[in-house]
Design a protein around this ligand. Structure first.
Ligand code: BT5
Length: 313
């Protein structure tokens, strides 16, 4: 973490003296001056005056700034940023095997983003969000779906508030707007003897790109304006942690009920492709373990995973 940049960001728009930064970060004033010159060369807009010190007025927008994210995110988290990585989920898994603190892994360019069943997740470098939240746990593996539900709720609420539009959740883990996918969630676990030791919740959201895929949408496509990815990402993280606190005190049921209220296709005719078979019927329920229950005539079918399609009316 660049502490000089962090000090400037904390005081963005205001002057802060070289001496003050030097005290905070434990470097000489000359070292601060050199560091500021390097930041200016990197694209930061910083006004420097002898009497008043430094004033940060603009930051580059083509890449994420971990220092900015760390100021905006309120939960205690470790931040891991790389300009480019194959998959934040893979990266998080590698690190979280030996690191036991809640951590956020994020990148500007994900070259091999993963979906379920070996599928690909595409994101546009410098425009979208791809992150993985690594959470050390020690609980029964059956609880893992609850955290996917909390993340879906957090993403849903921030997208709904930012776009002022109806946002739906599609079983098992997608976020949809106007029947188009704007976000995918891939939750993975590290386990030991049936105990869930670490949870990795990977989230991809289309923000400032115009997606090329036919059934995809993005925030800019919907509203016509660009978004600060730090703000969207930090609001999602802050909301997710608040939901975890609520779950600790009130249990999972209230979250699950809210999740179901926003579920696409509930009590409607649907088709689920499990990869092995196609199941058609009415989506009766998705239970607290994330199992979809489909009614075909008198028969109830329990489906653990697959792709759901809602029949068009
Ligand atoms: C998902 O899988 O939707 C989970 C995607 C999770 C991506 C995040 S990004 C950060 C973290 N690191 C990773 O490596 N992954 C996670 P699934 O339900 O299998 O959907 C994949 C399908 O969604 C693809 O086969 C495409 O049809 C479609 N798709 C791919 N990219 C998309 C995009 N940007 N927007 C909408 N749809 C997309």
């Amino acid at each position: 973490m660049d502490l000089v940049l962090r000090s400037l960001l904390e005081n963005q728009g205001k002057f802060i003296s070289g001496a003050q930064i030097a005290d905070t970060v434990g470097l000489s004033r000359t070292a601060i001056w050199k560091h500021v010159q390097a930041l200016i060369n990197d694209g930061y807009g910083i006004e420097c005056t002898k009497k008043k010190g430094y004033r940060l007025h603009t930051v580059p927008t083509h890449h994420l700034i971990p220092e900015k994210l760390s100021i905006l995110c309120t939960p205690p988290l470790e931040f891991f940023y790389k300009p480019e990585v194959d998959s934040t989920n893979l990266w998080a898994k590698e690190v979280m095997v030996r690191f036991v603190k809640p951590s956020l892994f994020f990148t500007d360019r994900q070259s091999a983003g993963r979906g379920r069943l070996g599928r690909q997740w595409e994101s546009t470098p410098g425009k979208d969000i791809a992150f993985s939240l690594g959470l050390p746990m020690n609980t029964d593996v059956c609880h893992y779906y609850q955290y996917t539900v909390l993340m879906a709720l957090a993403v849903r609420s921030i997208l709904a508030a930012s776009l002022q539009t109806d946002v739906k959740i599609k079983w098992p883990n997608d976020i949809y707007i106007n029947n188009k996918k704007i976000c995918g969630i891939l939750t993975e676990m590290l386990t030991e003897e049936n105990r869930l030791k670490t949870l990795i919740i990977g989230v991809g959201i289309n923000i400032n790109s115009e997606p090329k895929l036919p059934h995809a949408t993005s925030m800019i496509t919907i509203s016509g304006r660009e978004y600060d990815r730090h703000i969207i990402l930090s609001e999602i993280i802050n909301t997710f942690f608040k939901l975890m606190e609520t779950m600790d005190t009130q249990g999972f049921s209230p979250m699950y009920e809210e999740w179901k209220q926003n579920l696409m296709g509930l009590f409607q005719a649907v088709r689920i492709d499990t990869g092995k078979q196609i199941v058609e019927g009415t989506l009766e329920d998705v239970n607290e373990q994330g199992i979809a229950i489909i009614r075909s005539g008198d028969h109830l079918e329990h489906i653990y995973s697959g792709d759901l399609f809602v029949a068009q009316k």
